[in-house]
Design a protein around this ligand. Structure first.
Ligand code: ADP
Length: 503
């Protein structure tokens, strides 16, 4: 059946019409052929019975008078009927009075049944016997035999007529197929042409013309509906694409601007780092170089006071005292500044160091202050960390020193502990001193930022800035948790590593 799928609709329609009409005609022909074959002998026997009646009554007188010549003459009239093969007229005692035999037929006899009444059907002929009566008296009988040639002729005529009708039907079928093709396949071909055009030109505004309201009409409707939807989607798509392109352009502009800004930022950061380094270097050099003249000022001012104390009045001695005090403060400030600038510029490479030991050394160096204030310093087991040992010592010293310095009337108690928090060690230095208002918890880490006057608590405001710088150099953070009057806890983190586990 594959070939059927591949041929054109026109051929399919033609084929279907021809096959259907031929099949109908053949069926009708076969039915009439069978009917004719079955009913013909019966009809023929009826005709023969009528004929026997007519010929028999014409032969009745000849039988009574035993006139065989007249009987034979009567029978010879049957020549007019070519299908009659033979006929015989019988006397009352069943002997043959006269016979008729179609020319060319071999001589035989017709066996008359008793009472001269009956029919005989064979495949090639039909025999009919009838009694001949005069009034109520049966005087003899007649028998006729007919061949079935008439049936063949009739069937042959039927066949020819059928053939002619078949040819006419085929012509008609071709005509019908042509019409059907116009009605069915032309609209479909039209649709296909439009669809092809649309797919080539992408013009979705085209529409197929609807000529009928049948299935093809609804196909055209569906096709047009589909085109309407595609057209709507296409325009939505074009719109969306436009928006998308605009968005991409905007984004590109944004990215360009950001890249420009980042470049600018990188340049500024580099500049800042450079100027920072320069500043640190400057601060270091300046504070370092300032120390010497300052020492001279202090030394010579003190010498002046010592040597000429009897020549100077009280006011002069007081002024000299101020000068020495100012020079000493300046020395302290310069020292602190030097320490601050050294964190970035003079730091040592990191090495594994035990925090217990570092803290122990710090406590020793703060021994005088601890004893004077009656402070107690306790701590947990501390880990081994990768650090600049000197700077970590400085960090502990600043925090512990502050804890001792910013005390109230009670003796200071300082507690140092450490625990692991994720990838870091979290250190805490807790004191019971005056505490800090949480509002200033961040400010105190800024250089020179102090919350007290020098008369209340001496200092330069650099210590915590140094602590912040040290912690940040180690990759950690530092912050304060405190309430005014309730002591302060400084936290800082130092990155841990598995090898640095310790206690
Ligand atoms: P300094 O101690 O020289 O003033 P710091 O940078 O060490 O400078 O401290 C800044 C300020 O933070 C101090 O002036 C003080 O007001 C406050 N501060 C620091 N540590 C403590 C503490 N443990 N308790 C209360 N206040 C503190």
């Amino acid at each position: 059946m594959h070939w059927f799928k591949d041929i054109s609709i026109k051929r399919k329609l033609t084929g279907i019409v021809i096959v259907t009409s031929t099949a109908a005609l053949l069926l009708a022909g076969a039915a009439s052929f069978i009917y004719e074959r079955l009913t013909f002998p019966k009809n023929l026997s009826h005709d023969l019975a009528s004929l026997a009646g007519v010929v028999g009554s014409n032969s009745a007188a000849a039988i009574i008078f035993n006139d065989d010549k007249t009987a034979a003459e009567t029978l010879s009239a049957l020549q007019a009927m070519p299908n009659i093969v033979m006929a015989q007229v019988y006397r009352k005692d069943s002997t043959v009075l006269a016979s008729y035999l179609r020319r060319g037929e071999p001589l035989t006899t017709l066996e008359a049944p008793k009472g001269f009444s009956g029919e005989n059907f064979t495949p090639s002929y039909v025999e009919v016997f009838r009694p001949i009566s005069v009034g109520a008296e049966k005087v003899g009988g007649i028998g006729l035999r007919s061949d079935l040639r008439a049936r063949e002729e009739r069937l042959w005529a039927y066949g020819q007529a059928g053939l002619v009708v078949l040819c006419l039907c085929l012509l008609f079928a071709l005509g019908v197929a042509g019409v059907l093709q116009r009605v069915v396949s032309l609209p479909i071909l039209n649709l296909a042409r439009i669809a092809r055009g649309i797919s080539e030109e992408h013009d979705y505004s085209k529409r197929a013309v609807k000529d009928t309201r049948d299935e093809i009409g609804s196909l055209v409707d569906s096709f047009n509906n589909m085109l309407t939807q595609i057209e709507a989607r296409d325009s939505a798509l074009i719109h969306a694409q436009g928006e998308l392109e605009q968005r991409v352009r905007d984004l590109q502009t944004e990215v360009d601007e950001r890249q420009r800004a980042e470049k600018g930022l990188a340049v500024k950061t580099a500049e800042l780092q450079r100027s920072n380094a320069e500043l640190e270097q400057f601060a270091y050099v300046a504070s370092h170089d300032l120390q010497e003249p300052l020492r001279m000022i202090t030394g010579y001012t003190q010498l002046l006071a010592k040597r000429y104390h009897d020549k100077l009045d009280e006011t002069a001695a007081e002024f000299i005292g101020y000068a020495v005090d100012g020079a000493k403060r300046m020395q302290g400030l310069i020292n602190d500044l030097l320490t601050y600038s050294r964190v970035g510029t003079r730091g040592k490479p990191f090495a594994w160091a035990q925090c217990d030991k570092i803290l122990g050394d710090t406590i020793v160096s703060l021994r005088v202050a601890i004893e004077e204030s009656g402070a107690t310093v306790t701590h947990d087991a501390l880990p081994t960390v990768l650090c600049d040992e000197g700077q970590l010592g400085q960090l502990f010293q600043n925090l512990l020193g502050n804890g001792i310095k910013y005390r109230d009337s009670t003796a200071p108690r300082i507690y140092v502990s450490c625990r692991r928090e994720g990838p870091n060690w979290l250190f805490s230095v807790k004191d019971n001193g005056i505490g800090v208002d949480p509002r200033y918890a961040e400010r105190i880490f800024v250089i020179f930022q102090r919350l007290h006057t020098r008369d209340q608590y001496p200092g330069t405001g650099i210590g915590l800035a140094v602590c912040k710088k040290i912690v940040e150099r180690h990759g950690g953070k530092i912050w304060l948790e405190s309430q005014l009057g309730q002591g302060a806890t400084f936290y800082f983190t130092i990155p841990a590593s598995q090898n640095a586990e310790g206690g």
